[in-house]
Design a protein around this ligand. Structure first.
Ligand SMILES: [Zn+2]
Length: 298
């Protein structure tokens, strides 16, 4: 950019340069109307509603994001910062640098594989106190429908957050157990008949088959081991979720902001932890935790 664009104030406008004056006037208006945020990305906070409400949780700003549907969002890459040690190091997984990922109790293997939980036996993985706090509390085994029917595990207090984060339209808890280990045992049994993964492309395209829930619940309950039968929820309730999406993408292009450095597009929806843009670009906030961004909204 030349000096006129960088420092419009220092640029001497000659008489008759009306087009430059006009441009300067517009630059000022746009700057006045633009909303700017910056910070380290963390997964979006959500609130139940019709539709679900999304909030971007930056260090100094808590931004209600639904209001920016149909607005142009510009994202600039500004580096990375580990959510745990705050070092400006590359992110390895889950918003952690490599060191923290292998040391933090919040990134133990039992997070992704609940059946590996051992706090109920008094055995530590990385930090027994932390693990007791998280593992020794009521958990649910659920069935959810995003791209297809899947099984999952979550703490009771993470419902419906967990389902919103995975972009499920419908979900039902079928088993209520006192700790994470038992939930893991239930999940492992149900993985023989159901997937535990979401097809995120189909989820974003809103591509799913309707489910006969009573049949699905019946089949799942049949596959639970005997020891878990006493934890079956007698009257399972199907929860329906509505996402703030104006337009689903037909093809899905995933944005790699670190590689591209800058992206700008019109926001058309939010689903799961994804921002969906008009040009079919999608950006997964959760898988980019630890990314420092500058956000401009016009
Ligand atoms: Zn770290």
């Amino acid at each position: 950019m030349n000096t006129f664009f960088e420092k419009p104030g220092s640029y001497r406008i000659e008489k008759g340069d009306w087009h430059k004056k006009w441009y300067l006037y517009n630059v000022k208006i746009v700057k006045l109307l633009a909303i700017m945020f910056q910070g380290v990305l963390r997964k979006m906070i959500t609130e139940e509603g019709s539709p679900i409400k999304y909030f971007l949780n930056l260090e100094n700003d808590f931004i209600a994001f639904n209001q920016y549907l149909n607005r142009t969002i510009s994202l600039s890459f500004d580096g990375t910062e580990c959510l745990s040690c705050k070092a400006e190091k590359p992110i390895f997984r889950q918003g952690f640098c490599k060191n923290c990922f292998f040391e933090q109790p919040a990134a133990g293997d039992w997070i992704m594989r609940p059946e590996l939980s051992t706090a109920h036996l008094g055995i530590a993985d990385r930090d027994l106190e932390f693990e007791k706090k998280v593992q020794l509390q009521p958990h649910l085994v659920y069935l959810s429908l995003s791209s297809h029917l899947k099984v999952g595990v979550t703490r009771n207090n993470q419902i419906p957050t967990r389902w919103i984060d995975q972009g499920a339209h419908e979900a039902v808890s079928i088993l209520s157990v006192p700790n994470r280990y038992l939930a893991g045992v239930g999940e492992v049994a149900l993985k023989t008949i159901l997937s535990d993964k979401t097809n995120w492309r189909k989820m974003l395209q809103n591509d799913f088959e309707p489910i006969d829930w009573s049949e699905a619940i019946h089949q799942a309950v049949d596959h639970l081991p005997k020891d878990l039968k006493s934890y079956i929820i007698a009257d399972p309730k199907i929860i329906k979720l509505e996402f703030p999406v104006l337009q689903y993408p037909e093809k899905v292009k995933s944005l790699n902001l670190e590689k591209e450095n800058f992206y700008s597009g019109v926001l058309k929806g939010i689903k799961g932890q994804y921002l969906i843009f008009e040009d079919q670009t999608v950006y997964n906030i959760r898988s980019n935790e630890g990314t420092k961004v500058k956000i401009e909204i016009t």
